[in-house]
Ligand binder design. Sequence first.
Ligand SMILES: *Cc1c(COP(=O)(O)O)cnc(C)c1O
Length: 399
Amino acid sequence: MKTNADVEKIIEMSKKFETLAIRTQTETTQFSEHSVPLYLTSGFVFDDAEEMRASFAEEKQRDLYSRYSNPNVNEFVDKICAMEGAESGYAFASGMAAVFSTFATLLDAGDHVVSCSSVFGATHGLFTKYFPKWNIECSYFNIDEVETIENLIKPNTKFIYAETPTNPGVDVLDLDFLSAICKKHNILLVIDNCFATPYLQNPIKHGADLVIHSATKLIDGQGRVLGGVTVGKKELIREIYLFSRLTGPSMSPFNAWVLSKSLETLAVRTEKHCENALKIAEYLENHPKVKWVKYPFLKSHPKYDVAKKQMRLGGTIVAFEVEGGVAGGRAFFDNIKMCSLSANLGDTRTIVTHPASTTHAKVEPEVKAAVGITDGSVRISAGLEHIDDIIADLKQALG
Ligand SMILES: *Cc1c(COP(=O)(O)O)cnc(C)c1O
């Protein structure tokens, strides 16, 4: 009978994304299930006192309690690590649990962080509302002024934090450039890779120390469950794990089981999402009522060359602005018929969002302006419906 070791031999040799996504899996039980079962259990049992002692002392590697680890969660983490080329990882209940727990582990009172100014709304909220309370300072750089980053670094700077592409501006940052600065100043590089997914971009291969994902978006891809994960250097993940096993932000086995299945189709889904997104971007670029369009794989994107260098495809998000300011934007949203008005992204359904009144409503007006969120800007998450139907809906809504 073939064993997991036989399968591992083949995937170890090829390291092809699609094969890793499907064949990296937990050992099955005595029932030889083809699809990995759901290990819906909070705890695990021990044979005797010695096994229990050795397990808790970490002399023996095994699952103890699902706040620490669980077979379904381990499989999900193993798959993400294989896809990102990471040594180790830990999975969380949501993307924000991953962001917060990573920060809380790495930072001490009195530390300083340098971040790109365009970050996910909730992450920005952590910087502005909670960092001051713990005496942690954050300095921001604008996407257009990356040359100024070095001037922001201080003796107490712990890491540079960035998203690329950014939410919701769809700006692109050069990962090689950022990691070179971090190496020079001996600080860490932490990247939120949510918009790119592990299929489109692998920041660790460009020198990042830690990579964070909200698995809620394209990794689930079907708008069902929340999840998050941080992967990277073994010794850093060890600290994140120790923090998390005390504080309890862990991913549920059920969500891990759903997300592990989703990863098996990430490559094919993402290819199609990106194909539709590019067609949407090209359509909008030629529309007279559209002021501007931003999509990493459009030649007009200011960082088109960087996007081409570090991303396999342009991603699923297109940003644009309708002529006519707030009124123009509102009319567009009110006229949309098929696409969903929602704040989520990376779903099978095409979603249109108004960042200024939703995800970024609590962000200060000057910060919104700096990161290019105008009252009329629209963010589209290209779904998997037929492209003709998506374009037809956008066309009638713009008309
Ligand atoms: C959605 C999102 C998050 C937060 O993830 P949740 O799973 O909603 O907690 C973090 N970063 C980015 C870039 C996101 O889009």
